[in-house]
Design a protein around this ligand. Structure first.
Ligand SMILES: CC(C)(COP(=O)(O)OP(=O)(O)OC[C@H]1O[C@@H](n2cnc3c(N)ncnc32)[C@H](O)[C@@H]1OP(=O)(O)O)[C@@H](O)C(=O)NCCC(=O)NCCSC(=O)/C=C/c1ccc(O)cc1
Ligand SMILES: O=C(O)CCC(=O)C(=O)O
Ligand SMILES: [Fe+2]
Length: 359
């Protein structure tokens, strides 16, 4: 590790150049051994961890998927999706070694030399489906987030073998493939909870027509209390399947006013959350809930979400079955790629994205 330095950058543009343009990311910053957090990462007071009202006595449901068709289990799933928007699943059928392999692969990717990782940045790769980046929307954010990521949009195995980094390709593909079984089970249960008993081809495309896996890397941070790993947001997916490591730091908005609830790591479990697309399709019945990730002062952390999405070309809106049964639609029909573009073009701002779809 380089000797400890307080402020190695002459000005703000030198730091931005190092982190974003040269592709060193926050991992590069972290490895400089900075004593203090660069000011670009200092979040407004209200977004910081010290201002957060954490409720230790609450926790999201943990659901055993062994008997996923049992009415008691299906009720737990539907209730969790409408009350919390988040739950953890155990005995979900995705082999532990598949999960361990994808975590190892995440470290392998981020430990590559900067020049190699940089080949996967937007500027350097001809494919739009692979993106190595940092923070969320660095050109639009007032304060940056302490996170680097690799985002992999799945098109086909052939496309992946051409463009995805070979150090993680097979492991991510296997993780996606093995997760599909439990994704289908969850969607079947959630649709049944809305009295939608058949998932035909059109509906399957709307629910899970495209998938994106992100490898998130949150390096050790000086002054973690001043910044965030990821700011408050809800996902724009239908469902997100999240693998986190044993470090912790993911918080979800609780049911009490202004409260936040920690999602404790459980070995072998997966965190499931409802995204905006499912909130829209269920006409508000299932909730996509704000969540955020704290920065950590002593340990690197990784997480690997699979975002299960409609296809970019799908029109999404409240399901016809719900409207036919007499419900008043609260969301309009929108082109899914317009919704996602709206999300990516602005900094994280909690639950605001969904206003784009409101009538
Ligand atoms: C609308 C997309 C995303 C892009 O369309 P495009 O017209 O080809 O436009 P660009 O590729 O130029 O991307 C538009 C902007 O979004 C940015 N972007 C394009 N994917 C990405 C990307 N995965 N990451 C972070 N910027 C991106 C991209 O860099 C660019 O930023 P900028 O150059 O500043 O205009 C299109 O690929 C699409 O419809 N994809 C399929 C659906 C899809 O990916 N859904 C997303 C599910 S992801 C999700 O639920 C949550 C993600 C999330 C991620 C990070 C968080 O911190 C929190 C949550
Ligand atoms: O790192 C985590 O635990 C959560 C990541 C997340 O919310 C996201 O990538 O959308
Ligand atoms: Fe998220």
């Amino acid at each position: 590790m380089a000797p400890t330095r307080a402020a190695p950058f002459s000005d703000s543009s030198a730091l931005i150049d190092f982190v974003i343009n040269q592709g060193n990311g926050v991992k590069g910053l972290s490895e400089l051994g900075l004593e203090t957090l660069p000011e670009q990462y200092i979040q407004p007071l209200e977004e910081r961890m010290c201002m957060t009202n954490i409720v230790p006595e609450e926790s999201i449901p943990v659901i055993d998927m062994s008997n996923w068709e049992d009415p008691e289990v299906t009720k737990l799933i539907c209730d969790a999706a409408s009350e919390w928007g988040f739950f953890q699943i155990i005995n979900h059928g995705v082999p532990v070694e598949v999960l361990e392999n994808v975590k190892d692969a995440t470290y392998r990717f981020f430990n590559l030399p900067v020049e190699v990782k940089n080949m996967y940045s937007k500027e350097h790769l001809p494919s739009k489906n692979v993106k190595f980046g940092t923070s969320f929307a660095p050109h639009a954010e007032k304060a940056l987030e302490w996170k680097d990521y690799l985002s992999l949009f799945y098109v086909s195995d052939e496309e992946a073998s051409t463009f995805w980094p070979c150090v993680c390709r097979e492991q991510v593909l296997e993780y996606m493939k093995k997760s599909k079984v439990v994704i289908k089970q969850l969607l079947k249960v959630l649709m049944k909870g809305l009295n939608v008993n058949e998932i035909d081809e059109t509906k399957e495309s709307m629910l899970m027509g495209s998938m994106r896996t992100n490898l998130n890397y949150y390096p050790i941070c000086p002054n973690p209390e001043l910044t965030v790993g990821i700011g408050r947001h809800s996902d724009v997916s239908t469902l997100t399947i999240l693998l986190q490591d044993e470090i912790g730091g993911l918080f979800v908005r609780g049911n009490k006013k202004d409260s936040w609830v920690h999602i404790p790591p459980i070995k072998g479990s997966l965190v499931i959350n409802v995204g905006d697309a499912l909130q829209i399709m269920s006409n508000g019945r299932y909730k996509s809930v704000e969540h955020r990730v704290f920065a950590n002062g002593s340990t690197n952390r990784i997480s690997v979400p699979i975002f299960v999405n409609p296809r970019p070309t799908d029109m999404i809106g409240p399901l016809t079955e719900l409207i036919a049964s007499g419900e008043e639609p609260i969301y309009k029909q929108i082109l899914y790629s317009d919704y996602v573009k709206h999300f990516f073009h602005k900094p994280h701002d909690g639950k605001k994205t969904i206003e784009f779809a409101e009538i």
